[in-house]
Design a protein around this ligand. Structure first.
Ligand code: HAM
Length: 419
């Protein structure tokens, strides 16, 4: 039997790494320049960290998407389904509340959810995550949205849309949920099975249903944004004013409901049409209260995560994925047996300057050049008896066909010169 990768996981092959690196570099630049420090947290934690955070009505818990397992010591652990919970656990554990506030953190890495696999929905996926802890200012919300927008824009996307809404303060949510219960209970029979369950756990999540029957019912209802309390409405308007002033485009989405329970006030998503049903390339919002829930200080926070696979899919759709820009790549061709060891030895030294490969056996000139070409070299250098006598290598530029005898020093210089 041939072994295969687990469904919903993927390998990132050498030719795909450049695009991944672009995402990582852009994240580091954009978020680092905004004052965020990179944090690496473990890929698994006590399951409690996530169970407490994401909430009992989140898809992750309701649909049993968390990879929970018991280790040999009988501890109940879980692979991280997202970063926020682990980052807040780390924030509390390292007493980061004593650092100058707000503290901005970012992270990048894999996350795991046992989902129904489809385009854009995987069981191991990657997120770029950004969190700001220690300010309840609407300015931090606007800045977070702006940074997500900037990162996506810097990666070359043009067709993305920010959808901005508010889920209100906890008391607004409670009032809205009570309203929904009252409106929806008499119509239970018209709702899908999932929505009936959501109605029981967290009625607001019914709004997230893609079911047509559900949508017909929902269409007649007030949205969370129609029923915000005074304070959360003022906060929402303030976030909008900043974004307007900065020229960050967004659409108000009065019915935005996020899949995790910890949100309050600002909630937003970044969508990219054209990558299938899973069009959310990112999402986030404010989650005041979560840190305290995990045993940390009572500090407000806001953040977001972008899905790297969906970002790359969108970049491919938009034709901005780009390719690895090869610098100089040299291939050494030994024309006789003595030159094999010479090539290996020279390659070893030249590699302090750049990419150098060599043939592991004597090659005829034509075969050696073909090898160099196949391996993606930009230049080949050949060596046989006549070159040895003159202490040179015969250098060939594979693009122009130009050829000349060069010294070792010139090969070092070649690799050092800009592409
Ligand atoms: P989320 O909306 O669950 O939020 O995930 C954020 C992004 O991760 C999604 O928009 C999507 O691009 C990507 N994503 C999620 N699940 C999958 C999957 N199964 N396959 C591929 N991509 C996926 C969070 O995770 C929050 N922790 C964001 C946050 C940070 N809120 C505050 N701070």
């Amino acid at each position: 039997m041939k072994l295969r990768s687990v469904k919903g996981t993927a390998d990132v092959l050498p030719e795909q790494q450049a695009a991944w690196r672009r995402v990582q570099d852009a994240a580091e630049r954009v978020l680092g320049n905004a004052g965020a420090g990179q944090v690496t947290v473990p890929m698994f934690e006590y399951a409690e960290v996530f169970e407490k955070s994401v909430g009992e009505s989140s898809d992750i818990v309701v649909q049993k998407e968390m990879y929970v397992f018991e280790d040999r010591g009988g501890r109940t652990l879980a692979l991280r389904p997202e970063f926020t919970a682990g980052l807040m656990r780390a924030f509390a554990e390292h007493g980061m509340h004593t650092r100058p506030l707000p503290v901005k953190l970012w992270s990048l890495g894999p996350a795991f959810r046992a989902e129904n696999v489809q385009r854009g929905r995987y069981r191991q996926f990657h997120q770029v995550d950004y969190e700001v802890v220690g300010t309840d200012s609407a300015l931090a919300d606007a800045e977070a949205v702006q940074l997500a927008y900037q990162l996506v824009t810097e990666l070359g996307l043009r067709q993305h849309v920010v959808k901005l809404g508010s889920v209100g303060d906890p008391e607004d949510r409670a009032a809205y949920n009570a309203y929904l219960r009252e409106a929806l209970e008499p119509r239970r029979s018209e709702l899908s099975e999932v929505s009936v369950e959501r109605l029981r756990l967290n009625p607001m999540r019914v709004l997230d249903s893609k079911d047509e029957g559900d949508q017909r019912v929902i269409a007649e209802l007030d949205r969370p944004l129609d029923r915000l309390g005074e304070a959360s409405r003022a906060h929402f308007e303030q976030v909008r004013r900043y974004l307007d002033a900065w020229g960050v485009p967004y659409q108000v989405d009065p019915a935005i409901v996020r899949g995790l329970d910890y949100y309050r006030r600002t909630a937003f998503e970044v969508h990219y049409e054209g990558i299938g049903a899973q069009s959310a390339i990112g999402g986030g919002g404010r989650y005041d209260g979560l840190l305290k829930l995990l045993g940390g200080a009572d500090l407000p926070a806001i953040g977001w995560a972008l899905g790297v696979e969906r970002l790359l899919d969108a970049m491919a759709e938009e034709g901005v994925l780009g390719t690895d820009k090869p610098g100089k790549r040299l291939f050494l061709v030994p024309l006789d047996d003595e030159a094999v060891a010479e090539a290996a030895e020279l390659a070893r030294r030249l590699r302090s300057k750049g990419r150098v490969e060599f043939a592991y056996q004597r090659r005829a000139p034509g075969k050696g050049l073909a090898d160099a070409d196949k391996r993606g070299a930009t230049h080949a250098a050949l060596r046989g008896g006549s070159e040895r006598t003159r202490a040179v290598w015969e250098l060939k530029d594979l693009a122009s066909g130009e050829q000349r005898a060069v010294s070792e020093a010139e090969l070092f210089a070649l690799l050092e010169s800009p592409a």
